[in-house]
Design a protein around this ligand. Structure first.
Ligand SMILES: C[S@@+](CC[C@H](N)C(=O)[O-])C[C@H]1O[C@@H](n2cnc3c(N)ncnc32)[C@H](O)[C@@H]1O
Length: 445
């Protein structure tokens, strides 16, 4: 149902209440084909319908030509929902694969050209009889059988020959999804974890066949999204008519755009990647195969240095115990909810939370970076969950409210949602799977 027609005349609070009471915030009706969502199964993706309902409720409060930002963009679920409503979009992420996925999603709408390129690509791949393997890295034989290496090399060589960069990027992303399903890595965890030998020897995988099927499915999904934009006159010559830009960026340091934004819509990491969701590790095998020439030129670190490097560069990835000792009391004094949590811990347990403190300090730093890029009356829509560390719940929601208040920005709406469709880290030694998260909406008073 279109919420907008139901509450057209009402004020913002009534519209948000309507969404809370009648909207499908849990995503029970979400379709996998929506908004190119299944192009690559990135970890902990938001649910498009949840974000869309919130954006629709906020729409009347936003100026014409409003600009939205997701500074922890992941695979751009939130930004795709913003595009449905004609907002200008900007996103950045520290993970090079997330950036590539988002770039492919927002710029590849010419399905006639994509279909022609696919037909040509498949002909070249099928004619390619070489058995050479074009890449090498430590552990390649552990993660890929010889035949999979040969077939991926055929796909890789022939994608490299395509002239159109946007189309190459789309095919790299689809090849990444093939790697997710056809490598020897288990699909049940985000951490790299090899399948059992018996499973590997029994499995029959058809890399080239899977690639073709997924490309055809992607073309159907792109058509669906393009039609949605077309209906709202948001697309011209196969290009989204509003400003749209995606780049690599480390949000703890800098927003790589000079624009000022009217809306932030994001789900940030809920803790350091290594103990929550290993976004980087989940992208490591794919990034070995993608031509670095097609990744964002801004990337400023060696993302292939180890399986853990992306996660180490991410929020809370590097703990500096000396720094924590110096700054702990200041951090606790600034954040009353964190202080209450920390004070409740037995002395012996406190060191176990150094990683959590380090993550919160990084997040606090990133928040001041983000707020500098926001307009004064901007809305902030954060989806956040309270994860468990060593069997204790970290009050991420209250911490966020404190941090925003420290910047003069107040909570105006707070709603809980059940996590039904968000693909979570199911096996995580230090935190049990979360079942709820909160959508917190803020604005400067
Ligand atoms: C929950 S996901 C984002 C989901 C996304 N907002 C959406 O709508 O689907 C969190 C993301 O934060 C990114 N991240 C972690 N540390 C970062 C940093 N310092 N700068 C930018 N992105 C970072 C991770 O790579 C991951 O993609």
């Amino acid at each position: 149902m279109n919420a907008h027609t139901t509450y057209q005349q009402s004020d913002l609070m009534s519209r948000l209440k309507w969404v809370q009471e009648h909207g499908d915030l849990n995503g029970a009706t979400a379709k996998r084909a929506d908004n190119l969502h299944r192009l690559f199964l990135y970890p902990a993706m938001m649910v498009p319908i949840t974000q869309s309902l919130i954006i629709e409720a906020l729409l009347e409060e936003l100026p014409d030509n409003a600009l939205a930002i997701d500074p922890y963009m992941g695979s751009a679920t939130s930004l795709m929902s913003c595009m449905e409503y004609g907002l200008g979009v900007f996103g950045q992420d520290i993970n090079p694969l997330a950036v590539l996925i988002a770039q492919a999603k927002i710029s590849s709408f010419n399905t006639e050209l994509i279909t022609d390129s696919l037909n040509e690509l498949m002909l070249c791949i099928k004619k390619d009889i070489s058995n050479s393997v074009n890449i090498n890295f430590p552990g390649i034989d552990k993660w890929f059988t010889k035949q999979v290496q040969i077939d991926l090399s055929k796909i890789r060589r022939n994608i490299q020959n395509i002239k159109n960069k946007d189309i190459r990027k789309l095919f790299w992303v689809i090849m990444s999804e093939v790697i997710r399903i056809d490598s020897n890595d288990r699909t049940s965890t985000f951490k790299l974890h090899q399948r059992a030998d018996e499973d590997i020897s029994k499995r029959i995988v058809d890399v080239i066949g899977d690639f073709e099927i997924l490309c055809k499915r992607a073309i159907l999904d792109i058509n669906l999204f393009r039609d949605k934009l077309d209906e709202r006159q948001l697309i011209k010559n196969n290009i989204y008519i509003k400003p749209h830009s995606i780049c690599w960026g480390n949000t703890a340091e800098k927003i790589n755009s000079d624009l000022k934004f009217d809306l932030l819509i994001s789900s940030p990491p809920y803790g350091d990647n290594l103990t929550t969701v290993t976004y980087g590790q989940h992208s490591y095998l794919q990034l070995q195969w993608i031509d670095p020439m097609d990744l964002d030129y801004l990337i400023d670190y060696d993302y292939l240095k180890s399986t853990q490097e992306i996660d180490r560069q991410s929020l809370g990835g590097r703990i500096n115990s000396k720094q924590i000792a110096i700054s702990l009391s200041e951090t606790l004094n600034n954040i009353p909810s964190l202080k209450a949590f920390y004070d409740s811990l037995p002395d012996t347990e406190r060191p176990l939370y150094n990683k959590t403190i380090s993550f919160i300090q990084d997040f606090e730093r990133s928040l001041s970076v983000i707020i500098r890029s926001m307009k004064d009356k901007a809305f902030y829509v954060w989806t956040i969950g309270n994860r468990n560390v060593n069997k204790r719940e970290i009050p991420n929601d209250k911490i966020l409210i404190d941090l925003m208040r420290n910047n003069g920005i107040e909570l105006i709406f707070n709603v809980e949602r059940d996590i039904l469709n968000k693909k979570q880290s199911k096996r995580n030694r230090s935190s049990k799977t979360m079942e709820k998260e909160r959508i917190l909406i803020f604005q400067r008073r």
